[in-house]
Design a protein around this ligand. Structure first.
Ligand code: GRF
Length: 195
């Protein structure tokens, strides 16, 4: 049996990347297991999916904290530490983190971003790519640092941009790559960290 590192996945929405990670983690030879799925939104559809998988879930509703982002993150961190996870994977977690949580998980927190960083950080990446007229687009897995979408890049996957693409076409094409790249990169990251 392969050693399985406990991870947490942080989500805000539908959780299709979470699902890809859950499926990978269900494989006996995959080096991680999902110990927790946590959302900042109590009604994130991904939470229900995770529950159906029998995964422990939690939510910390950011709305209860007003402007105190750090207080929100302190409560998230407490849950992460209590659960004993070693790595945190952001997967469609739509809150910008403060240095508090980023520093706590420095070198142990990964994010997936739907563009070929450093191109198109932030939101609406597919629209931005179309507007810029690029011929290639894609996704990036990176370590999380205090600057938004700025951390060291672990892996990227490219897709072509076709002439009549809409933002939705592009999002779909990139998403297929996201679902392949995240599990693959996490496995490599863990294995390299161990050696
Ligand atoms: C993905 O495109 C991811 O790259 C971005 O937000 C989207 C989340 O989708 N950060 P899902 O919740 O994983 O389906």
């Amino acid at each position: 049996m392969v050693e399985k590192t406990p991870i947490a996945i942080l989500i805000s929405g539908r959780g299709s990347n979470m699902m890809a990670l859950l499926e990978a983690c269900a494989q006996p030879d995959y080096p991680a297991r999902v110990a927790l799925v946590l959302s900042n939104k109590p009604d994130a559809p991904g939470l229900d999916i995770a529950r159906k998988f029998g995964i422990e879930t939690s939510f910390v509703d950011h709305k209860s904290y007003g402007r105190d982002r750090e207080a929100h993150e302190r409560d998230i961190n407490q849950i992460l530490e209590k659960t004993g996870v070693k790595i945190v994977c952001l997967a469609g977690y739509m809150r910008v983190l403060t240095p508090y949580l980023v520093t706590k998980w420095s070198g142990r927190m990964l994010n997936i971003h739907p563009s070929l960083l450093p191109a198109f950080p932030g939101l609406h990446t597919h629209e931005a790519a179309l507007k810029a007229g690029v011929k290639e687009h894609g996704c990036t897995i990176h370590l999380v640092t205090p600057g938004v979408d700025e951390g060291p890049i672990l892996a990227q996957a490219k897709v072509p941009v076709f002439e009549n693409d809409t933002a939705d076409d592009l999002a779909q094409r990139v998403l297929v790559q996201e679902h392949r790249l995240y599990p693959e990169t996490l496995a490599r990251f863990i294995t390299e960290k161990r050696s």
